[in-house]
Design a protein around this ligand. Sequence first.
Ligand code: 13P
Length: 339
Amino acid sequence: MDKNLLKETAQKMVARGKGILAADESHPTCGKRFEALGIENTSENRRIYRQMFFNSPDVEKYISGVILFDETLRQSDDAGVPFPENLNAKGLVPGIKVDTGAKDLAGFPGEKVTEGLDGLRDRLAEYFELGARFAKWRAVITIGDGIPSEGCYMANAHALARYARLCQEASIVPIVEPEVLMDGDHDIDVCDRVTTNALHLTFRQLEEQDVMLEGIVLKPSMIIPGTGAAAAGRDVVASRTVDCLKRTVPDAVPGIAFLSGGQSDEDATGHLDAMNKLGGHPWNLTFSYGRALQATAMKTWAGKAENLAAASAAFMQRARSNAAASTGEWDQTLEQSAS
Ligand code: 13P
């Protein structure tokens, strides 16, 4: 366990004015998104699509690191350069998704627990050799009738902490991601209560498993009403989210990189910007978006070589806007000038 490397990597991931691209969709998830656009879900299509992000001109100005799926970590760019090397050459930190998915939690209908701890020590050693310097594990908390249960909170917090400690042993920074899903008709207060609980229990377990907080990055969801409830204003989401984090996240954590969770591109950007406009936070607040960075680019590409340059431009527009939001310097005119 190289503590200095862990701290340096974590700082690099949440460097001011930059954020993380989540491009670690599993084959089935990638397949669902490709299929909706008529794109064939082949290994080569996934390689070409993801290379488009990594090779976007000036990507290193706005993106600090990329979360990869196992397949991509082992693939190479058109010039034959392995993707981890391609990213390193631009100063982007390569990361790897290491969980094996959220599965039904036995005894708790409608709830999930994330799997992947078995054999993780050996996988992490190999991933370090392949160039990964951070990892991701996503826990899923569902809000519904009578849930989340105590059993679900605890099982997921414990697994996150065991994963995080194994990562640090391998000198790999763990992204700790307890996602509270937006699905449901619950209001913002319920989301706040559930997220507060999940974060409290997660940090308690991180402490019990002896995880060095200076060497993690937290990836939470925002405090937001369910998709079936009336929306809240961006300033409300921002202040409720920051208040929740202040109650639960120790100052020692270097940075918090949000997931987008199904928010629209502009909401994901606007919420992050509003949080950073509030200012004075002990941690850097930035993005680790998947859909909110990729959706427009994927649609623009549509699986056609002749659209790759336009897709890259669409991605860079989101990257630039979110980078501006990570310092509270985004405004609507940045979107208008682009379109
Ligand atoms: P979204 O931003 O699409 O929620 O994806 C982020 C992520 O990595 C989910 O695990």
